[in-house]
Design a protein around this ligand. Structure first.
Ligand code: SAH
Length: 245
């Protein structure tokens, strides 16, 4: 069974969008995953087809109505996890992405305006998910982010690299930096150790770099993983200064 994605949105015309090209697009064409969109407005009941109303308690903007959202969700709910995009959600993690990609698919609910009537989350067992600490104008780009992250992990999509075990976040660290030819470019030379052919040394250097960059850019990751993943691979020595010019 292919991974089945259903997106509930006021702007179905945004899909597949970027998911229609490259790896995800090819996998979509090959039937590795499927993508359906549902127009939330189709579930409006009044003559104006309204999907939103003013916020209880006052304030700016409009709020998506729970009855309309529920009808849209109920039209597709089939046991797949239902996630709603909201900056108030738990931040998306590679761990959650892996879980989702291992399942049958996902239903994604995209907000607009001020977002959702809060009651929908509990009423339909919907998981609130954020893609980062900033505010977008709608959930659609977030839904694409989640789907892109899931689809690249589906069997066959990335070929040999599909395990992605060395990638950022897999060990609680950012991935090590990459280099390719030319060896010297604009006066900058690829770290010597990467050209040594010594695989143990290279592994040690990469690990040290991953730790160093994570400490510098994402100390929160080090903290969260208790530093457990910071030990270099056994038998390897730190070489991270060797190549600095
Ligand atoms: N008033 C809300 C923001 C609404 S933005 C608040 O302050 O929490 C409109 C819609 O964009 C949201 O309903 C959500 O679906 C989407 N969105 C905005 N930022 C997002 C983020 N960081 N992660 C996921 N979805 C987001």
């Amino acid at each position: 069974m292919p991974f089945a994605a259903t997106v509930l949105t006021l702007y179905p015309e945004m899909f597949p969008g970027p998911l229609g090209v490259s790896l995800a697009g090819k996998a979509l064409g090959e039937g590795t995953w499927s993508l359906d969109t549902v127009q939330i407005r189709d579930f409006a009941t009044d003559k104006h087809r309204s999907v939103d109303d003013t916020p209880a308690g006052g304030g700016a903007g409009m709020v998506l109505k729970p009855d309309v959202l529920a009808a849209a969700v109920d039209s597709v709910a089939d046991g797949r996890p239902i996630l709603a995009l909201t900056p108030r959600g738990r931040p998306l993690s590679q761990e959650r992405v892996r879980e989702l990609a291992a399942g049958e698919g996902v239903i994604l609910l995209c907000g607009r305006f001020e977002g959702f009537d809060e009651r929908i989350f509990e009423a339909r067992d919907i998981e609130p998910v954020s893609i980062g600490d900033y505010v977008l104008s709608g959930g659609e780009l977030g839904a694409m982010v989640i789907l892109d992250a899931c689809v690249r992990l589906l069997p066959g999509v990335m070929g040999a690299a599909s395990s992605g075990e060395e990638e950022s976040f897999e060990a609680g660290l950012l991935e090590y930096p990459h280099y390719t030819r030319p060896v010297t470019w604009e006066g900058r030379t690829i770290p010597e150790v990467l050209r040594s052919g010594d695989h143990a040394k290279i592994a040690a250097w990469r690990h040290a770099k991953a730790v160093e960059d994570t400490r510098l850019r994402r100390p929160d990751l080090i903290e969260r993983h208790g530093g457990a993943s910071q030990a270099p691979p056994s038998g390897a020595q730190r070489e991270d200064r060797a190549s600095k010019k």
